[in-house]
Design a protein around this ligand. Structure first.
Ligand SMILES: [Zn+2]
Length: 428
């Protein structure tokens, strides 16, 4: 199914849901406008449900970074302006001194908690951290996705979408799931069709080593055919092998650019044996080819030495995500952690926010508007602060992590999903 027809299909589904009496009241944000209906602008009553007043509103999609008020009505952003009179709103949240952004998007997480060893609690790294949209990047394959949906996605308060792993078994520990016998394209096709509302792409793991090239090309070719047939993009585990990169197309995503160089992984400078002084030309070319990159700094896929060398040369990934991030005390970390680290590496506040809102919103075909505060958008909002201090973070280097001291870190104060506070709020 082409992407355009996929959207039409979803619109029909939403319209059908809106036609069922009481259906809209079941979800979060009972005050939200009926799904599937176009936002009609201001109704005759000029009262807003909520005013988020006086914060520094950063929405890179609107080129906005200034003190503004955000007015919300019927679960959607109704207006952004200066000095909107508080008496026009039923409730006012004072965001003075805070940063107000679209609800954050974590483009690459693993949230099948209890279902896989990798899984972290979705709402902890989600709405509790200002993240209203999580994309689970290939934790599950065709045989596991229905359980993931039933036991995690359906009950989560955070919006969770998924990239389906090409391997039926999803991504397990070790590399067993790279076995070609675990690729079943018929099963994958069936699951994609049955869960079009949640599956936004395919995830494929390649080994990325030259000696495994034949295996990797065969795997990626299968993924390419399946993705093209389904009208979905591919997210591929990192490799700098030109034969593999040639199989990627505009709209695809390459992830894990800052791997510690080992015999099992490469990074933007190549493999362990071939580390170049500058970011490889085939990586620099990706942007011109319309291929996105996604980067993590708080996981086994990060080495400070690598990220510093790349960012000093001006190379940054398009999206910032967690993968499986951990705080120094080993608790699951949200995307706020790599956001703080990228701020440390030299991105501006606006550039950091862009990589967890506007950019990841462009990278997949979400069924609703995410990552934006444009009037008419679903009112997913994060209220953040920058805490000052000394914060030490390690990386994935073995046997000992390299550490760096940061002088500030992002903290989430409140989160709204569909115009409703799901963390913090008035009187809290
Ligand atoms: Zn991952």
């Amino acid at each position: 199914m082409a992407r355009s027809s996929r959207r039409t299909f979803l619109g029909q589904l939403s319209a059908a849901a809106a036609a069922i009496p009481g259906f809209g009241a079941l979800g979060w944000g009972a005050a939200a406008a009926p799904a599937g209906t176009a936002w009609q602008g201001a109704p005759s009553d000029t009262t807003f449900d909520l005013l988020i007043a006086g914060g520094r509103v950063i929405d890179p999609g609107q080129n906005l970074s200034a003190v503004r008020d955000v007015a919300i009505r019927h679960g959607r952003v109704a207006r952004i302006g200066e000095n909107i009179p508080p008496d026009q709103a039923r409730q006012v949240f004072d965001a003075t001194g805070k940063i107000v952004t679209p609800g954050l998007i974590d483009l690459h997480s693993h949230v099948y908690e209890h279902g896989t060893p990798l899984g972290v609690p979705s709402d902890l790294v989600g709405i509790q951290s200002g993240v209203t949209t999580i994309v689970d990047a290939g934790t599950t394959g065709a045989s596991m996705f229905p359980g993931f949906r039933r036991f995690v996605i359906d009950g989560a308060r955070t919006r969770i979408y998924a990239l389906l792993n090409l391997s039926t078994a999803g991504c397990c520990t070790d590399e067993i799931y790279l076995d070609p016998r675990l690729i079943n394209t018929r099963a994958a096709r069936r699951v994609i069709e049955a869960h079009r509302d949640l599956i936004l792409g395919l995830k494929v793991r390649v080994r990325g080593r030259r000696e495994d090239l034949a295996h990797d090309v065969a795997t990626l070719t299968t993924a390419r055919e399946l993705a093209d047939e389904a009208g979905l993009p591919v997210m591929m585990h990192w490799s700098t092998e030109p034969d593999l990169l040639a199989l990627l197309r505009a709209g695809d995503i390459l992830t894990h650019p800052f791997n510690p160089p080992t015999e099992r992984s490469s990074n933007v400078f190549g493999s362990q044996l071939t580390q170049a002084d500058t970011v490889l030309p085939q990586i620099l070319e990706l942007a011109d080819r319309g291929i996105f990159t996604d980067g993590q700094l708080a996981t086994t896929h990060h080495q400070w030495q690598v990220s510093e060398k790349a960012t000093n040369q001006g190379w940054f990934p398009d999206a910032i995500s967690t993968d499986v991030a951990r705080t120094p005390d080993r608790t699951p970390a949200s995307v706020l952690l790599p956001m703080s680290q990228f701020l440390h590496l030299g991105l501006s506040l606006e550039q950091v926010i862009e990589r967890v809102t506007t950019n990841p919103a462009k990278m997949l075909d979400y069924p609703e508007t995410v990552g934006s505060l444009e009037p008419g958008s679903t009112a997913d909002v994060a209220v953040l602060e920058l805490e000052q201090g000394r914060f030490t973070f390690g990386d994935g280097s073995r046997p000992e992590p390299q550490t760096r001291d940061l002088s500030q870190q992002f903290v989430n104060v409140a989160t709204l999903k569909g115009g409703v506070f799901v963390k913090g709020g008035i009187g809290v």
